[in-house]
Write a protein that binds this ligand. Structure first.
Ligand SMILES: Cc1cc2nc3c(=O)[nH]c(=O)nc-3n(C[C@H](O)[C@H](O)[C@H](O)COP(=O)(O)OP(=O)(O)OC[C@H]3O[C@@H](n4cnc5c(N)ncnc54)[C@H](O)[C@@H]3O)c2cc1C
Length: 365
């Protein structure tokens, strides 16, 4: 008999866990409390290069491969080919010559970054004349974004048709639901308080993101996502206007997902530095179409928490802590959890919740 899996939380973590268990022939009940969560506002970008130190992000190759194969399988299953995953290269505007040197040095040592990115060059080399980039730019060609709200909508429709979608809240004291073989807690920041009681810290990280439109002809980045510390992602053209998403802010002191009103102007002002000439003028006239915000579930070491829920009976599991990189990390993290439960494969110590001393102190074995 196939296993009955209850997945709690209808964000990205829950979608990935539900999908991976369903792929293995399990019966899914996908529970949610009706709140929107971080995933509904996420820009969904993926980028295997960390701009802070010009290094690969954690497990870049494995995570990119898993993300791509998972998203392609979902697109196929849902009849959404080409609609969920969008390849959009990033141009990083170099802040100064020292940063450019750090970037270009990667090519003298055959660093891992070189498989995802290109040497520094003038923005004009990419045919982008709108950029104010006196120190040049670096292009990451292996980047893009995933339409997370579309993915969640499609996954909910899939589960409603082939499995069971349940509008119900859950907390860890509820334990294993009747008739379930396993329950997976994917509640993001909704689990913060209960996790803190077993020594696990998930810190809510508040982020704002804007949707804007500009005159299509007046501001173009030739299909590139522009990054100058903030990012500007081209979305689509419609009725002579170019639509963008602009983000994001990162703040530890805002406990609710309400948009922080001053962030809108601050984001716009920051990105204004990226343009010159006519593009600068077009940017000044950009219209803010939407301002959204959410709380990212961040772990102290920025890696996910995947595995048994500390102190709970067998069959109570979790996937949390997707932080700023849910799109890239979520599919591989969910697969590790499913392989652990169904095949008894060990979860990497880098992801297990008991990697934290505070957990081991409470639950010694
Ligand atoms: C502004 C912003 C921009 C971002 N951009 C990106 C990006 O470009 N790329 C990227 O990879 N990541 C991005 N992220 C991060 C990304 O959103 C997260 O990594 C990811 O969405 C976390 O997914 P999750 O499922 O763990 O949490 P959530 O999406 O928050 O989902 C948790 C769900 O659990 C539900 N829940 C809570 N409590 C209960 C309960 N008691 N019972 C039942 N259900 C419950 C909630 O209602 C919610 O729906 C961004 C985040 C923000 C805020």
């Amino acid at each position: 008999m196939s296993q009955h899996v209850v997945v709690v939380g209808r964000g990205l973590a829950g979608a990935m866990v539900a999908w991976k268990f369903a792929e293995r022939g399990c019966r899914i009940s996908w529970w949610g409390d009706g709140e929107p969560g971080a995933s509904r506002v996420a820009a969904g970008m993926f980028n295997p290069v960390s701009f802070r130190r010009v290094v690969e992000v954690w497990n870049a190759s494995a995570h990119v491969a898993n993300m791509r194969s998972t998203l392609q399988a979902m697109e196929e299953a849902f009849g959404l080919q080409g609609a969920l995953i969008h390849d959009v290269p990033v141009v990083k505007i170099f802040a100064n010559d020292a940063y450019r040197q750090t970037w270009d040095d990667r090519w003298t040592t055959d660093h891992g970054v070189t498989q995802w990115a290109e040497r520094g060059q003038p923005a004009e080399g990419l045919d982008i004349t709108s950029l104010n980039a006196p120190h040049g730019v670096g292009k990451v060609h292996a980047a893009g974004w995933v339409d997370v709200p579309a993915l969640l909508d499609a996954m909910e429709a899939h589960v409603a048709t082939h499995h069971t979608l349940v509008d119900r809240a859950w907390r860890v004291d509820d334990g294993l639901p009747d008739g379930a073989d396993v329950v997976v807690d994917c509640r993001g920041v909704g689990a913060v308080k209960e996790l803190s009681e077993v020594g696990l810290k998930v810190n809510p990280n508040h982020g704002d993101v804007l949707t804007l439109s500009t005159e299509a002809e007046a501001l173009q980045t030739q299909g590139h996502n522009v990054n100058n510390g903030k990012w500007l992602l081209p979305m689509r053209q419609q009725d002579g206007r170019q639509w963008w998403r602009l983000g994001a802010t990162y703040s530890w002191d805002k406990p609710t997902p309400a948009p922080h009103v001053p962030a809108a102007q601050a984001l716009k002002d920051h990105m204004a530095d990226a343009f010159h000439g006519g593009a600068s003028h077009a940017w000044d006239k950009a219209e803010v179409e939407a301002h959204q915000a959410g709380l990212r579930p961040a772990s102290p070491d920025r890696r996910p928490m995947v595995g048994p829920w500390p102190g709970q009976p067998e069959g109570v599991l979790m996937l949390n802590g997707l932080g700023t990189r849910g799109v890239l990390v979520g599919p591989a993290a969910a697969e590790a959890l499913v392989n652990f439960w169904l095949d008894d494969l060990p979860i990497s110590p880098e992801m297990r919740p008991d990697r934290f001393k505070s957990v081991r102190a409470r639950f010694p074995d």
